[in-house]
Design a protein around this ligand. Structure first.
Ligand code: GLU
Length: 526
């Protein structure tokens, strides 16, 4: 009884995998897929596995695997098993599992569920030219060069000669194949439309994606296959493969996630959309080893990983109410695969910027400092963390103007630490006074120099330069004289119409710097 219970429990342990092919940088859609796997695993106390599907040697890109691993480190999505971690079902890199696949290919061949095909690429090309929509299947395989047509002796002698071959899956026509999908419901497909897929190639002694994927999902005891919609057309074939191996009872459940759509227009999100509209489609910056091209990444653009996670989580799923800001813990609690949408999710990158703003504002001012300090240093400014944190406090809710990729002037809230810099230079460097500046032209008037003289005189008498003490004295002076010093004072300290409250600013600058700037403005603007 105990043994039986143990069996059920260990069999039902949720195990999911993220199975990227290292063919380049991980696309943001792949990150969303991994995130949903992660949330599902954590929600169900299951395991989250990283498997590297590198059996297509022609598409292998150096550095891609390292990039994938670094991306998840940055995002804080931790794998329980897999490449770089280990586990009892390894190796987790498919190129290290050749012998395992060979065994399973042989099993299908011995059972008559697959066959050997010797057709050369040239022969196949010729067929494709000759027959429109040529497909290698039950209707055509008899006219081709394969072990179903050739005698056993002929086949063996070709193999003995070392002729290159592939192993094809023998698909029986005319059968309804049912794919159960958690998101899409039951899908049925007639097997006659499928071709006899290549499962193995003698040339590199490697299986194709389909075979390796199924064998590994089985051996690694994967319970749920959660992946992008682009893999839906492969699912019927995968169901047949499970059946051919006799593994139908332990077949994982499928969930094919909705496509990520372009921010504007029709079709799926592409790198070009990102280039055109100015947002990254990769988690980290990617340096293409082939041509040296650099593609921008969310990390380098100044996004916080939590903001990226929250943004992606809502592309194809929502908790069933309007809640948008969710911590990882809340996401795990609320996540529900059955509530994912079937239809594509528009990649609203502006929403991603909004999430970043929200997450930045939730942070301590001090958390902004390392990045801000680096930007300041890059601009030749050395300050202290305390001063920088004060500037963050004064400026973090301001609006910036920027140019979109079409050159249109736009406004938005500060959403990245780097947005601070153009708005905060004057905190650290005295301004240059420019009479042409619109704000200066409008607000530095005939009497401004005289007003500022008076103000400077008053400020010079203050020993306590706190906001409260300045306010006490200046408010009284304003009351007595009727002088309204605010805009000219702003011109003197900032050089234009930006910045925080004047008392906050002068308290930040301190008495000496405040007086210097007032005198300098009088000198330059007269
Ligand atoms: N290697 C495939 C990919 O690159 C995995 C697809 C799957 O999850 O089955 O996405």
């Amino acid at each position: 009884m105990l043994k039986f219970l143990h069996k059920i429990m260990s069999e039902t342990k949720v195990r999911v995998r993220f199975a990227p092919s290292p063919t380049g940088p991980l696309h943001i859609g792949g990150v969303r897929t991994a995130l949903y796997n992660y949330l599902f695993a954590r929600k169900n106390n299951g395991e989250f596995i990283l498997r590297i599907e590198d059996t297509d040697s022609s598409r292998f890109v150096p550095g891609a695997e390292e990039y994938i691993i670094e991306s998840f480190k940055w995002l804080g999505l931790q794998f329980d098993e897999g490449v770089g971690i280990g586990g009892q079902y390894g190796p987790y890199r498919q190129s290290e599992r050749r012998d395992i696949y060979k065994e399973y290919v042989k099993q299908l061949l011995d059972a008559g569920k697959a066959y050997i095909a010797f057709d050369t690429p040239e022969e196949l090309d010729a067929k494709r030219k000759e027959t429109e929509n040529f497909q290698y299947d039950a209707t055509t395989r008899e006219k081709m060069r394969n072990s179903l047509v050739l005698s056993k002796e002929e086949t063996d002698s070709l193999l003995a000669e070392g002729k290159q071959y592939v192993v094809r899956f023998k698909i029986e026509p005319g059968r309804e194949i049912h794919v159960k999908d958690i998101i899409r419901g039951d899908i049925s497909v007639n097997s006659s439309i499928l071709d006899d897929k290549v499962l193995y190639k003698s040339a590199d002694e490697l299986p194709t994606y389909h075979l390796a994927n199924i064998v590994d999902d089985h051996l690694m005891k994967i319970t749920h296959v959660i992946r992008g919609e682009e893999w839906l057309p492969s699912a019927p074939l995968h169901v047949l493969l499970y059946e051919a191996f006799g593994w139908t009872d332990s077949m994982p459940q499928f969930a094919h996630l909705p496509l990520l759509l372009k921010p504007v227009g029709n079709g799926k999100l592409s790198k070009r959309d990102g280039d055109k509209l100015g947002f990254p489609v990769f988690p980290l910056e990617w340096h293409n080893p082939e041509n040296g091209d650099i593609s921008s990444g969310y990390r380098e653009k100044g996004y916080l990983p939590q903001a990226v996670i929250n943004f992606l989580a809502l592309l194809g799923w929502n908790p069933g109410n309007d809640q948008e800001l969710m911590s990882m813990e809340e996401l795990i609690n609320l996540f529900d695969l059955t509530k994912c949408s079937k239809s594509g999710a528009r990649f609203d990158y502006q929403k991603g910027i909004w999430f970043n703003q929200q997450y930045l504002l939730m942070q301590d001012n001090m958390a902004w400092v390392p990045t801000f300090d680096k930007i300041l240093r890059d601009n030749g400014i050395v300050s202290t963390p305390e001063q920088e944190a004060k500037v963050v406090e004064m400026m973090k809710t301001k609006v910036i103007e920027y140019f979109d990729n079409d050159g249109n002037k736009k406004k938005r809230n500060i959403s990245f630490v780097s947005d601070l810099w153009p708005l905060t230079k004057f905190f650290f460097v005295a301004p240059e006074y420019n009479k042409e500046d619109k704000f200066v032209a409008k607000n530095w008037k005939e009497n401004s120099a005289a007003d500022m003289q008076q103000l400077a005189k008053l400020l010079g008498t203050l020993d306590d330069f706190s906001v409260e003490n300045q306010k006490k004295h200046i408010d009284a002076w304003v009351e007595n004289t009727g002088i309204r010093p605010w805009n000219a004072w702003r011109v003197a300290l900032v050089g234009t119409g930006q910045g925080p409250d004047m008392y906050d600013l002068s308290a930040f600058l301190g008495k000496e710097e405040t007086l210097n700037r007032i005198h300098s403005a009088i000198k330059h603007l007269g």
